[in-house]
Design a binder for this molecule. Structure first.
Ligand code: PLP
Length: 459
């Protein structure tokens, strides 16, 4: 302690080569990909900040676990280890493995949802909302008011608005509520944490109105880090104790293990209520697999059990959050507008502020994504009007509320020099910002257009 540099709390035993590219090559790659980095091949990318999902580096212990994986159809030892790790963490009785987070969501929300039902969340993640709406139910987001102001500093900007929750539960009535979902950290809201006080408040209101309370716990360890650092009364708790206390407030949890379980694939559903668990079990067996593997290999389950332990290592969590903050604060000091304070897994750049000359219907976020790639081989994702824009009846763009670009940081993958390089690329882009122009969409699918849309640069 006391030193300025936080070293990565791991050393590298196996390396994956990054193919170095020149700016000229990248211009050709990007043109071939129709100016949509989703259409790039991974070896055309030098620093991949597209997502933190399923992109973690596993540890030597996890790889050793992969070799130990028990591939028995029923009653595999690897399942017993995964189940024990999740039960220890969540304290929940009924645990089901799934192939990723959205499979757990589909099972739970298909059963609890349907026409006439409403779910309430601090912010539903895209797949959560999609599964709820696909069932016919409605999804309402009620983040605290402070969350809508990007530069406003609040320690727990991921919190749910408790006054609104109370009012909504009263108005809608428990019979029509599918459930209340707290997403920790709040991914779509900038990776912002939720306080224990807020989780207690949600739990209390759910009990009062007799509705179920679920945790979308993809980043529960990162959230625990913020609680220990920022919330009174948790200074002497371990990160795991903090997470355990939060789970104890709930009726169940869904997790994408591709985040804080430090694996490349997997997820789970954990429940308190036996009747609900029985119903979900049937849906699991029909669509995912038997209850002791649920779409996962034994080796995946082994790696999840180990990852759920490793993620609570204080040195890991400190390195993880501090390195994300490091990138964000350096960019902020350069004068880049960001969602503040910096969240746990990603830095969100305000692309409209970066390129004020580009109107929303020429997609400033897409321009920044393309410039980052051209200048530095960095892949990021637009979270603005390309992703969330809609058209009115006359075909005019209804823009998204914000034009953001997300730099999501994979876990244990990049070193500080990779991050320094990204900061330098931003310095270059800042110098050249005045000459950058927007894009137009030349081809797009009806749904989820950001994945496959084709663009053309405007001149
Ligand atoms: C990633 C994610 C999901 C969905 O998980 P998948 O494993 O991608 O299916 C759900 N909720 C949140 C908050 C997530 O970040």
């Amino acid at each position: 302690m006391g030193f300025k540099t936080i070293i990565e709390p791991f050393r590298i035993k196996m390396v994956e080569h990054i193919k170095m590219t020149t700016q000229k090559e990248r211009l050709a790659f990007l043109k071939n990909a129709h100016y949509n980095p989703f259409l790039l091949q991974s070896d055309q990318v030098m620093i991949d900040f597209l997502t933190d999902s399923g992109t973690s580096a596993m540890s030597s212990e996890q790889w050793a676990g992969v070799m130990r994986g028990d591939e028995s159809y029923a009653g595999a030892k690897s399942w017993q280890r995964m189940e024990a790790a999740i039960r220890d963490l969540t304290g929940l009785e009924y645990i089901f493995p799934t192939h990723q987070g959205r499979a757990a969501e589909r099972i739970l929300y298909t059963y609890l949802g349907g026409k006439g039902k409403t779910f309430i969340s601090n912010t539903h993640f895209d797949t959560t909302r999609a599964n709820i709406e696909y069932s016919g139910a409605e999804a309402i987001d009620i983040p605290i008011a402070e969350a809508t102001n990007p530069e406003f500093i609040h320690p727990f900007k991921g919190n749910m608005d408790l006054k609104k929750l109370d009012a909504l539960l009263k108005e809608i009535g428990s019979a029509k509520i599918g459930g209340v979902i707290l997403t920790v950290t709040n991914n779509s809201g900038g990776g912002q944490p939720v306080s224990m006080e807020n989780a207690r408040g949600v739990s209390k209101l759910c009990k009062k109105h007799k509705v179920s309370f679920f945790l979308d716990c993809c980043r529960v360890a990162e959230n625990a880090y913020f609680i220990k650092q920022r919330e009174k009364g948790f200074e002497n708790h371990t990160y795991k104790q903090i997470a355990q206390e939060m789970f104890a407030l709930t009726d169940g949890a869904v997790m994408s293990a591709k985040k804080d379980a430090l694996v490349n694939m997997g997820g789970f559903l954990a429940l308190k209520d036996k009747k609900l668990a029985e119903a979900c079990k049937s849906l699991l067996i029909i669509s995912e697999g038997f209850t002791t593997y649920g779409g996962l290999s034994g080796r995946d389950m082994e790696a999840i059990a180990i990852g759920l332990d490793e993620v609570f290592d204080p040195n890991y969590l400190h390195y993880r959050i501090i390195s994300t903050t490091y990138l964000g604060e350096k960019l902020h000091n350069l004068g880049v507008s960001l969602i503040m304070p910096i969240g746990g897994h990603a830095v969100y750049v305000d692309a409209q502020a970066f390129y004020p000359q580009i109107p929303v219907d020429q997609y400033p976020g897409q321009a920044l994504v393309c410039e980052l790639y051209k200048a530095g081989g960095i892949r990021s994702v637009e979270i603005g009007s390309v992703m969330f824009g809609k058209y009115d009846k006359k075909g005019k763009l209804i823009p998204a509320p914000k034009e953001l670009v997300r730099l999501a940081i994979p876990r244990r993958v990049y070193t500080q020099s990779h991050i320094e390089y990204v900061i330098e690329v931003f310095e270059k882009l800042l110098q050249e910002r005045a000459s950058v122009k927007g894009y137009k969409i030349v081809e797009e699918p009806e749904f989820l257009r950001h994945f496959t849309a084709k663009f053309k640069p405007l001149t």
